[in-house]
Design a protein around this ligand. Structure first.
Ligand code: GAP
Length: 553
């Protein structure tokens, strides 16, 4: 649940989004983020929202290919978490894994957010530079003080302040040249370093702190509380409106409907409830493309279980979620599962793990893709207290055995394991992972999407526009579309050389291209070209639909 510290200033009022941290490349060996963003725009994956008006920071739209890619990822989550949870695998006690869907409102009763701790707690403290208009998270803004002769009086004693986003070591590293020069100039003197966050400084210290961006002194404002929840009002008459909030997470909708789901279905504990949809956070530092947006989509599951079984379920979900992301192509050293240290855990949590991806702009570090948290009975307890409605579950399978062989039953507040994934971050990770540069190919940039999420599943080309080839291609295109229209586009293209057509499809990430050539009419075969290897083989035309179906799994 932790995010990499904000290292980039964010002039929130600026109309265009800041470039991603790491600019052209991120850490050593990282893929070039600017090239990925350019491809996303060029091929219609992601556009800046309201672009013709200069854009709006922290908001992104998905173009035709991006919208389908995002839908495919969400669909995969829905299928593998709700409809056939964990690919039909058994739970830790050998039981079936049961999950149900729910769709809850973006706007909830304001008390929901009081109970959850979001009103009051969901606030960051920010500081602005009056000169360059940058905004920083005050708790991430570190001030390193270099004191020359700190224990002497008068002119011999000097203090130099350096500021930046991140840890003291990172700030020192960012200002290394200046600090080295200072030390060199004061070689015979005593020099000590101290560091504090902007929040820890007194008024005098804050006034002396230079802006990390423009280096101007006395330019930073006092720290200000910055509510992360977007506010709105219900009711037509201004002044009589009730203040409401756009939800900052989909999870709370599940907790407040827990009782209804138990009462209106035959579901028994253990079971999960999944909720997907838009969430909104007025992030101070929206940045790194869609990584931290102000409007984004979440896919959250709350899995309710008996407290004694909760640790086993926690481990089960943590491991499955890691495997799930791997199954969609996020493999290898760019994906990791990180167990939180004890001091990182919320007071109510006994375990949290993050599935993390090494994005080009976080490299060599990782950024959170999904958090899997053991939330205990914190949320149900909170909602029970604030609403006055009992949310306990009566478990008829527990308690002492009665003379008739039945059970007395046990009443308890279930414990909850929460795998909470970001859909937009998932799409971004998939885009970054898929982006491949290969100068030996006609189109040096290609997207190696896993076939299951690829927005275009296949393309059909007549080699030339004569000799019956267009007609055969049209029929094959129709057959493939009839079978796969739910999963993605089937393209057809008869323009330009076959090499250029393959290149266009490679850049869009189409896994399979089928070409109708002079032999097709004679022997009823076509060539199929694999996007990743460029290799071609001939297969019977009536095997094409099955060929694609097998590879979409
Ligand atoms: N209910 C728990 C919860 O919301 P979270 O870690 O704050 O936990 C879950 O959010 C996931 O939502 C994150 O792992 C991330 O993928 C995504 N997410 C959170 N804030 C985001 C933002 N500003 N932009 C894009 N995705 C975000």
């Amino acid at each position: 649940m932790s995010e990499p510290a904000a290292r980039q200033p964010d002039p929130s009022a600026a109309s265009s989004p800041p470039p991603p941290a790491g600019g052209a490349g991120g850490g050593a060996g990282a893929k070039p983020m600017d090239a990925i963003m350019a491809l996303c725009k060029r091929r219609g994956f992601i556009y800046q929202a309201s672009e013709i008006y200069g854009g709006i920071n922290g908001f992104w739209d998905y173009g035709p290919l991006g919208a389908q890619l995002k839908k495919n990822l969400k669909e995969a989550w829905w299928q593998d978490m709700i409809m056939r949870p964990c690919w039909g695998r058994k739970g830790p006690g050998g039981e079936a894994v049961r999950c149900l869907p729910l769709e809850t409102c973006i706007i909830q009763h304001p008390k929901v957010w009081e109970a959850s701790g979001h009103v009051g707690g969901f606030n960051d403290v920010s500081v602005d530079c009056r000169v360059c208009k940058s905004r920083f998270r005050a708790d991430h803004l570190t001030v390193v003080s270099v004191d020359i002769n700190p224990f002497m009086a008068g002119e011999a004693r000097k203090t130099f302040l350096f500021s930046g986003m991140g840890t003291p070591d990172e700030v020192k590293a960012a200002n290394k040249k200046k600090i080295d020069k200072l030390i060199e100039a004061n070689r015979q003197q005593e020099v000590i370093f101290t560091a504090a966050t902007y929040l820890e400084l007194n008024e005098e210290g804050r006034a002396a702190c230079p802006c990390p961006e423009c280096d101007e002194k006395k330019s930073l404002t006092e720290p200000r509380q910055f509510g992360l929840m977007f506010e709105s009002g219900t009711g037509a008459v201004r002044g009589e409106q009730m203040k409401v909030y756009l939800r900052p997470e989909t999870a709370q909708g599940i907790f407040v409907q827990f009782k209804n789901v138990v009462d209106t279905t035959r579901v028994k504990i253990p079971f999960g409830i999944g909720n997907t949809g838009k969430s909104f956070r007025n992030e101070i530092t929206p940045r790194n493309f869609t990584y931290r947006s102000r409007e984004f989509e979440q896919m959250e599951l709350e899995f309710f279980c008996h407290p004694e079984e909760s640790q086993a379920w926690y481990r089960f979900w943590r491991d499955f979620r890691m495997e799930w992301w791997q199954s969609l192509g996020l493999k290898g050293e760019n994906l990791q599962l990180r167990e939180h240290a004890k001091d990182e855990l919320s007071h109510y949590s006994t375990g949290t793990s993050d599935v993390e991806y090494r994005f080009p702009f976080t490299a060599p570090d990782f950024g959170e893709l999904e958090g899997v948290a053991h939330r205990g009975c914190y949320d149900l307890t909170q909602h029970q207290q604030h609403s006055g409605v009992k949310l306990e579950y009566f478990d008829t399978d527990r308690g002492e055995v009665l003379p008739n062989g039945g059970r007395r039953g046990e009443r308890y507040l279930p414990h909850v394991i929460e795998p909470a994934a970001g859909l937009d971050r998932g799409v971004l990770a998939i885009l970054c992972e898929a982006y491949t540069k290969d100068e030996s190919r006609p189109s040096p940039e290609l997207m190696k999407f896993h076939p299951r999420v690829a927005p275009i599943k296949a393309a059909v080309f007549p080699l030339v526009n004569k000799d019956g080839m267009p007609e055969i291609a049209e029929k094959l295109h129709a057959d493939l579309t009839a079978k796969f229209w739910r999963e993605g586009f089937i393209e057809t293209d008869a323009k330009q050389s076959i090499g250029k057509r393959y290149a266009r499809m490679d850049e869009a990430g189409t896994p399979f291209c089928f070409t109708i050539d002079g032999d097709t009419a004679k022997d009823q075969t076509v060539t199929v070209r694999d996007r990743d290897t460029g290799k071609q083989e001939r297969i019977a035309i009536d095997r094409v639909v099955g060929y694609v179906a097998e590879r979409l799994q």
